[in-house]
Design a protein around this ligand. Sequence first.
Ligand code: ATP
Length: 433
Amino acid sequence: MNDGRMEKIVSLAKRRGFVYQGSEIYGGLAGTWDYGPLGVELKNNVKQLWWRMFVQDRDDMFGVDAAILMNAEVWKASGHVDGFQDPLVECKKCKRRFRADQVGENCPECSGDFGEVRQFNMMFQTQVGATDGEGTVSYLRPETAGGIFVNFKNVVDSFHPKLPFGVAQIGKAFRNEIAPRDFVFRSREFEQMEVEYFVSEGEWESAFEMWRQNVHAFNEAVGISPGSVHELEVPDGDRAHYSKRTIDFEFDFPFGRKELYGLAYRTDFDLTAHAAASRVDLSYLDDSTSERFVPHVIEPSFGVDRTVLAILSSAYTEDELGGETRTYLKFNKNVAPIKAAVFPLLKNKPELVAKAREVYLALKKLTPQIMWDDNGNIGKRYRRQDEIGTPVCITIDFDTLGENPDLIDTVTLRDRDTGEQERVAIPDLFSRI
Ligand code: ATP
């Protein structure tokens, strides 16, 4: 398993501007990562696709974008203040800290003895306003779900949706992980894409099944290898006490099989708890039966950063092309940060550059994710584009200008995966990208 693949992915991600270490010039800050120019495009593509699939293309879904700072009562009611903790152990000798459930009897660094296990709350606490004191404590949200539950009544009052319906949110979440590790897999600041899908109790199983399939459909849409995703039915004793069914979707990361997403049936636990704590009625009135009840919830929870890592892991390929070894990212078109690169064959021929510029600008109107490259020879440009996963490269040459009259206004289209080249008329490029 440890074939150096992870190191190669991390190094490519840094070299080519996908992901950098957070605060790098100051020596970093553990558990934080900065997305570079290509990483942010990749990540935005993932989020836009998710939003499109699960909000905009459906008529039973509503989006929200709630504040990261919330009233501390939210996290008391949800159980996070009392229960969102991991077991922490400290080595008596080297003072390093570990998650007790992730290490053996002794310190993996110096073999020292551990002290007592104590519970460590993973929420980042902060103060709101200029005064210190109980009333001003707040937390950076540890999950986006809280912002959805507190807006349940707002969405119902504004839109009067019929059950079943869902509310979705994409945004940052923060957890003071004891041991951040494995690149962006476990970080202290990350992004989630979550849905709370509200149902009447009798509908939970069909809704759960629908979301189970949706998770696989999303994986396919972003190009995560289906053979690398495994469902783990979480057994009774391991689930949260209120959850009647949970599936972890695990992915074969280069460092092992680990959770990518979660899908949970949370019963009516959250709305009931928030209604009790806020003293606001969060029940739902079914017009057709005049019945009033608290809806139950199915929660699919997707991590954006783990999605990016699963995509990078699925796409990372080493092969041989034209007798040379190459490294490339076999991104699905939907998520590729650059959809096509446009080259003038030579950069010192103004007529080639002008024509290439024309093609480049026309394609950019179709999608802005088009790159211009006129540096070095064509072979080098192909290499660079392969390494960042650009599906096709387009070269404007003298035939495009009419040197061979039969080929006027055609370009060379080169495919990333096969390296094959074909001659394509400029107007036909639009349907190819
Ligand atoms: P784990 O067991 O790996 O800590 P979890 O079960 O606590 O994860 P959830 O609370 O179910 O995770 O969070 C939902 C999703 O958010 C996860 O499936 C994952 O995609 C993402 N996620 C959770 N914690 C992190 C983290 N520290 N860094 C990056 N993504 C995370």
